[in-house]
Design a protein around this ligand. Sequence first.
Ligand code: PMP
Ligand code: GLN
Length: 380
Amino acid sequence: GHPLFRDMPTTIFEKMSIRARETGAINLGQGFPDGPGPHEVLEAAAHALLNRSNQYPPMMGLPELRAAIAAHYGVHQGLDLRPEEVIVTSGATEALAASLMALVTPGDEVLVLAPLYDSYVPLIERAGGVAKVITLTPPEWRITQEALAAAASDRTRLILLNNPTNPTAVVMREAELALLARFCVERDLIAICDEVWEHVIFDGARYQSLMAFPGMRERTVKIGSAGKIFSLTGWKVGWMCAAPALAALLARAHQFLTFTTAPNLQWAVAEGLGKPAQWFAQMRDDYQASRDRLAEGLEAAGYAVQPSAATWFLSIDLPASGIAMDDVTFCERIIDEAGVAAIPVSAFFPDGAVTSLVRLCFSKADGVIDAAVDRLARFR
Ligand code: PMP
Ligand code: GLN
């Protein structure tokens, strides 16, 4: 067949959501909340739809949204971004594609940490790059100087990171970020940081962006997503922030990928980003309560659960739960026999290195979580 079918297989999220729709299973696979989303943000979008222009917004994004993103990161992460350093994209997905298209020259090596989000390696390869995968190991998933040094070469130009990390639900520790910053500066690398989960962190943690570390301000592309911040995954409003020299390159790719994104959604996101800190804290508390509900339910049913410090996900550890199946087999069986869809974590490893974990999404109503736990308890 065509090489694309090999190089770009159907994403696991779509595969499992199709199976969930076919079987009527409770879908704890693909990550999305089942609530309506914040009412004022939805209302702002409806208002802008009816009262503002629906023609092409400026290519770099609505000025009001670019200013809101820069201001938001000043308040929440102590960054000093200027609106000119922000480019609005159609989701983080476009920001990832645009950054790699803009910054990879054929033959460049790009470092990535596995487990990794499933679009990274296919995008790097289509841009002509070579993905150098550093495989981290459970349960700590810790980044070490040795692993970074062993994977780097004279051809390394970029490192692509995801912090907080999907699917491990880890927030990188300060020492790891400092290590990554030193490594990038020493080797003159650009860091593309996929920070879509920056607001969904638990247990009182304070989020630190790699961009804030010494030497990183000029060499970081910081990617964010309104889909995650406002629990509206279908909106596909994202952005990339970078110093002017980098932003100028990113804009060239963005102009030919999508050029722009829906103006009413941009207005609504601009308004939402200005909400008081308490609003974001409440959102975190709500998701943390859902995390605890799912974790406690699963543990009571005899499942061993990995810690989740961020994201909408936690993982079941199969061997530690006394289950002698690999993750793919377990996911196949629970979708058919228990009526629950999940994601096999091996899908996040280019070489399928880890097959012991199954990811479940907890951004769901209490009743949905309870019903899923009940089904998984009976499956045991
Ligand atoms: N990166 C990561 C790590 C993600 O988890 C997701 C979506 N869950 C995306 C990128 C895509 O974000 P968006 O929907 O804004 O394109
Ligand atoms: N990022 C979401 C997840 O991890 C899925 C996004 C998608 O379906 N492309 O589940």
